[in-house]
Design a protein around this ligand. Structure first.
Ligand SMILES: [Zn+2]
Length: 419
């Protein structure tokens, strides 16, 4: 039993070629523009990918269970199986126009950990679980991280199942259609620790020439959906001073939000309007309504909260300018320091024992791990991605620069599972 890497010098290594093969096979499912993926949650491509993962996990000797929102749990039993497991996981869904590694790498790395232990006939005291969380990206159903948030009880089963995509298709019906409406109750798995490996989605590791980032904190993030309400009218005869053009109100707000981002840019703050739709969105008619999704993030939680107030003030000003009304109809936030000291320490100690260099890094994106960090000690490992490019079909990684992080995941999980 491996309990001390220093004493045993028994450092395990994954099979990089096999990990790469798994990523390549995954990259064929839901292919977009040659190098990218569009694998929206609960789509046919998502089903195909889930089926393949479940087959691989069963072939690796895991028991596979699915919960009521479609989260998949692949479990490798431990010798003291009643103890809480050491878990890892990520997501297999992608953005509308996404890459092959965001999320996928974390899941395939977890599978590679299990396969490596099987190769060597290593038994661990605690069970190990690899989890696939449903709908991390929020590209089809909102909010993002829907599966992990439901797992920890931050979203109710009912609200998840009732949520609808842009075509009015309900989550619950689509989940049933692809056969992943599992029986397992939400939150049933108990984790002693949870680790997630993810591509950095930023340029720091590549720029520093370091292959492993141990995440020590996150950026506080807020997301809001804003509805702008105006009144339809003819674009010809309606005088300028009698218009209530929802699109114009939205436009004023979009530039104001960008301005808020620039104001906080020196400290690393960001503000984005990522989505807009308007109705009726036709020639010859002034818009009656517009819907915006606005996202803002800051390394200091209090400033992120302050940015929310600034957005609210900008809404009033923009509404006034365009003679329309605006309301926040949905909101979410994440990133309240979800990282556990014990996991950061364990990853750092393991990296030291393996004699690999790493840097401490902050996470700027949202991850399922943030949700799990509310119910279990959680840590994250970042690996480099070329040019920091993500949420883009050009997203790419180099295997040589990825393997060290996966080896860290492997060794950290094994020693944790033997405690
Ligand atoms: Zn991701």
């Amino acid at each position: 039993m491996i309990t001390d890497l220093h004493a045993d010098k028994n450092i395990l290594e994954i099979d990089g070629a096999r990990l790469w093969d798994s990523l390549e096979a995954s990259g064929e499912i839901g292919k977009l523009r040659d190098t990218g993926l569009r694998r929206l949650p609960l789509s046919d491509a998502d089903k195909e990918m889930r089926d393949l993962f479940c087959t691989w996990a069963r072939d690796a000797g895991c028991t596979v269970t699915v919960d009521q929102v479609g989260n998949i749990f692949a479990r490798r039993p431990g010798t003291e199986d009643s103890l809480p497991a050491i878990a890892t996981g990520s997501h297999l869904d992608t953005q509308m126009c996404g890459g092959k590694y965001d999320g996928v790498l974390g899941v395939m790395s977890g599978l590679e950990v299990i396969r490596t232990l099987n190769d060597r006939g290593i038994q661990t005291k605690r069970a190990m679980e690899v989890v696939v969380w449903t709908n991390e990206e929020g590209a089809r159903y909102t909010p993002p991280m829907q599966g992990s948030l439901a797992f920890i009880g931050d979203l109710s089963l009912d609200e998840v199942l009732r949520s609808e995509d842009a075509d009015g298709l309900a989550f619950g019906e689509e989940l049933q259609r692809i056969g992943y409406d599992g029986a397992r109750a939400l939150g049933e798995s108990k984790f002693a620790q949870y680790y997630e490996l993810h591509i950095e989605q930023g340029p720091a590791l590549e720029a520093m020439g370091i292959d492993i980032g141990i995440v020590v904190s996150g950026f506080k993030s807020h997301g809001v959906k804003i509805e702008v309400t105006g009144r339809t009218a003819h674009v010809g005869p309606t005088p300028m001073d009698q218009r209530q053009n929802a699109l114009v109100g939205a436009a004023h707000l979009v530039t104001a939000v960008d301005g808020i981002g620039w104001q906080h840019h020196p400290q690393g703050g960001k503000a984005t309007t990522s989505q807009i739709s308007c109705f009726p969105n036709l020639p010859g008619i002034i818009s009656e309504s517009a819907n915006l999704t606005v996202d803002f993030r800051h390394p200091e939680p209090e400033v992120a909260d302050q940015m929310l107030s600034e957005v609210k003030a900008a809404m009033l000003e923009a509404a006034d300018k365009a003679n329309v009304s605006m309301a926040i109809v949905d909101s979410w936030s994440f990133g309240d320091n979800p990282f556990a000291g014990e996991c950061i320490q364990h990853l750092s100690d393991t990296a030291d024992a393996m004699d690999v260099s790493y840097m401490e890094i902050r996470s700027q994106a949202g991850h399922d791990a943030y949700a799990i960090g509310k119910i279990a000690p959680m840590g994250m490992i970042f690996t480099p991605c070329t040019g920091g490019i993500s949420h883009n079909v050009e997203e790419s990684i180099e295997l040589d620069r990825t393997v060290p992080g996966v080896n860290l995941l492997l060794n950290a999980m094994v020693t944790a599972a033997n405690r």
